[in-house]
Design a protein around this ligand. Structure first.
Ligand SMILES: Nc1ncnc2c1ncn2[C@@H]1O[C@H](COP(=O)(O)OP(=O)(O)OP(=O)(O)O)[C@@H](O)[C@H]1O
Ligand code: SF4
Ligand SMILES: [Mg+2]
Length: 394
């Protein structure tokens, strides 16, 4: 260890050439990845609703004779995803993201509507009634890697079991070789085959979660906040890894997150959810530029920006998400909207307005007015130019 300065005797560094390091030099940014060609449509969600029944034991419910109430977790969800596409589902806690994931995985069944995967409606088919082929083609990376691995089985044993169960390989040697390839893919040493989950860090466990999800060659993977239990640097590496594997296998990825800054860099399309509803959906560029849904505008305003050159409009989202048991009668966002236009917002549910192609916004404000809204995030020289170009197009 060498002293850095005589004036700071406790500041030491284990590098003899530390004086040669130029700390002001710009760190090279990550390589931009080439866009992959999208294939056929693999998921079509059409008017999907999921209501949970809950018992209300209050005296009021007893007198009114209404003991059963409904939590409206998903309301009329409609969107599609194509082969090789990454679709992000974003929204605050409690807006119904995981409920949708559960219906897709067959852990819950829908109340109404369709969820077509590879052409087949699976919205009311529970996981126990799905074929091995259906289960293997639709896999999940869970939020918490600590809960999803069996503590008493080795890592190799747990991945092998998936390969065997889904009939990817039956021969013992071939199964072993495939586990090794999967360990290479998730960038873990091969001797992790013999380790038990408790001998792994959180980031390593989530890599195993990813290896297990891809073990059965799925056509679609749903990742429900896959890195929120990990610290920032590990989260970035695990997200990058997940994206690399998804691109290599041309898997459709549904990435659930509450963080707009994360989904900006990894998704092709974004679905913005609020209180069980889709309020806006479109390509990532469409979501990050006006016209915005007022809720999207508020979410963008919460994105942390480190660059002092970039400016951001402040929109404070007041209050909390209303109860999914007693949602507002009109627009689901009316109790918190900074652009609320009057009684119509409280009384009438807004219809979808088509901006262009598959970009939709559910709001009573006419599109022409939403197009006048200035960008939330302004990169000097870039945002203004884009905004003027977009206005010219219309
Ligand atoms: N089994 C259940 N029974 C009753 N209500 C439920 C059930 N599961 C979820 N809910 C309710 O459904 C709504 C949506 O929950 P969900 O877990 O889908 O939200 P989320 O968007 O995933 O939130 P988070 O970001 O916190 O994970 C919430 O109001 C929740 O309380
Ligand atoms: S419909 Fe009204 S309350 Fe809802 S987002 Fe639009 S302006 Fe706001
Ligand atoms: Mg959730």
């Amino acid at each position: 260890m060498v002293h850095v300065e005589d004036s700071a005797p406790d500041h030491r560094v284990r590098c003899l050439r530390y004086k040669e390091i130029d700390h002001r030099r710009e760190v090279p940014g990550g390589e931009a990845k080439e866009a992959i060609e999208l294939g056929k449509r693999v998921l079509k969600v059409n008017g999907m609703k999921k209501y949970y029944e809950v018992r209300d034991n209050s005296l009021r419910a007893l007198f009114a004779g209404k003991r059963i109430r409904h939590v409206k977790a998903n309301e009329e969800l409609s969107f599609t995803a194509r082969e090789g596409e990454t679709v992000a589902i974003v929204g605050e806690s409690g807006c119904g993201k995981s409920t949708f994931a559960k219906v897709l995985m067959g852990l819950e069944t829908s109340t109404e509507g369709e969820v077509r995967h590879n052409g087949k409606d699976i919205s009311e088919v529970a996981v126990r009634d799905r074929s091995a082929k259906q289960i293997s083609s639709l896999q999940m990376v869970f939020q918490n890697p600590f809960d999803t691995l069996n503590p008493s089985h080795s890592i190799g044993g747990q991945i092998s079991r998936v390969i065997k169960k889904f009939g990817v390989e039956t021969d013992k040697k071939k199964i072993f070789d495939r586990v090794m390839i999967l360990l290479d893919t998730v960038k873990l040493p091969r001797d992790f085959y013999f380790r038990k989950p408790r001998q792994l860090s959180g980031g390593q466990k989530q890599r195993i979660g990813i290896a297990r999800a891809f073990a059965g060659n799925p056509s679609m993977v749903i990742a429900d906040e896959p890195v929120s239990a990990l610290d920032v640097s590990v989260a970035a590496a695990v997200t990058e890894l997940l994206m690399d594997i998804q691109r290599e296998h041309k898997t459709t990825l549904l990435f659930i997150s509450h963080d707009m800054s994360v989904v900006r860099y990894l998704s092709d399309r974004i679905v913005v959810m609020y209180l069980g509803h889709i309020l806006e959906r479109g390509t990532t560029e469409e979501i990050f530029a006006p016209p915005y849904h007022p809720y999207t505008e508020a979410l963008l305003s919460a994105v942390p920006i480190a660059d002092p050159e970039v400016t951001k409009r402040e929109i404070v989202l007041e209050g909390n998400l209303p109860s999914a048991m007693k949602p507002p009668k009109g627009c689901p966002f009316c109790t918190r909207c900074h652009r609320r236009i009057g009684d119509i917002c409280d009384n009438d549910p807004p219809l979808e307005q088509f901006v262009v192609d598959r970009h939709i916004i559910k709001c009573h404000i006419p599109l022409e007015e939403l197009r006048q809204v200035l960008p939330v995030i302004t990169v000097p020289g870039v945002s203004e130019r884009l905004h003027v170009e977009q206005m010219d197009e219309h």
